[in-house]
Write a protein that binds this ligand. Structure first.
Ligand code: KIV
Length: 264
């Protein structure tokens, strides 16, 4: 049985931590789904980890849909959420409705995620929810605003900034979001938001008090040479891949691979 939005809200009530990971293609999606993730996100971080951009900003709706279709084919159990890329929803609730509708119709995703809070995004979330679309919010460090924020920096450090993020989270819940990502904010602020909301919070760089955690799977697998300070690599696939490719190259160059067929 596939995980539902209501199930995630129940997990919060039961105090059962939600396990979320990102995916950008079929193979990664199958691995994280088979390993038991509750939530798989086709995050726009795929612009950086799969397409080689230095920010998420260049990613288009067509590109994320292309990747989301591949991920969909690899996910059987987890709830699938797809990011709305930069400038595919900021213009107006109508634009958001068109983009979100296209994602849901063409990829088979359960929900969409968008960045930002009060007042504009809360209004957009309300409009999407009114149309029957499940929406995940995202506050704190919102990478689509990287240049406005002056880099991928921790947010909500001053009392005023913390208050703003808290009210954004409340506004998103009131608008009908079923869950909210809290990215790179102080642990105590994440705790405060998690206690205040009835919908689950999914943290990334937001400490241990959220209802669930998400990591960019390329970071968890150690596929990249750089990762954010809050990310944990559980294996070093970058080095493992380098070693495997070097072994193959050596064997080809030394005529050791492939070996000749044995005469029958
Ligand atoms: O783009 C992304 O991968 C994300 C998740 C880390 C939440 O937004």
């Amino acid at each position: 049985m596939a995980v539902t939005t209501q199930q995630l809200i129940r997990y919060k009530k039961e105090g059962r931590p939600i396990v979320a990971l990102t995916a950008w293609d079929y193979l990664i999606a199958r691995a994280v789904d088979e390993a038991g993730a509750d939530l798989v996100m086709v995050g726009d971080s795929l612009a950086m980890v799969a397409l080689g951009y230095s920010t998420t900003l260049p990613l288009t709706l067509e590109e994320i849909i292309h990747h989301a279709k591949a991920v969909r084919r690899g996910v059987e159990h987890a709830l699938l959420v797809v990011d709305l890329p930069f400038m595919s929803y900021q213009e107006s609730p109508k634009q958001a409705l068109r983009s979100a509708g296209q994602i849901i119709k063409t990829t088979g995703a359960t929900a969409v995620k968008l960045e930002g809070g009060y007042p504009d995004m809360a209004e957009t979330v309300a409009r999407l929810v009114q149309a029957g679309i499940a929406v995940m919010g995202h506050v704190g460090l919102t990478p689509q605003s990287v240049h406005q924020l002056g880099g991928f920096r921790k947010q909500g450090k001053s009392a005023e900034a913390a208050e703003r993020i808290l009210s954004e989270a409340i506004a998103l819940e009131q608008a009908g979001a079923f869950t909210i990502v809290l990215e790179h904010i102080p642990d105590d602020l994440a705790l405060q938001i998690t206690q205040k909301l009835t919908i689950p919070t999914i943290g990334i760089g937001a400490g241990p008090h959220c209802d669930g955690q998400v990591l960019v799977t390329a970071d968890l697998l150690g596929m990249t040479t750089w990762r954010p300070s809050f990310a944990k690599a559980y294996v070093n696939l970058h080095d493992t891949m380098m070693q495997a490719v070097q072994s193959y190259a050596n064997e080809v160059r030394q005529h050791q691979f492939p070996t000749s067929e044995q005469p029958k």
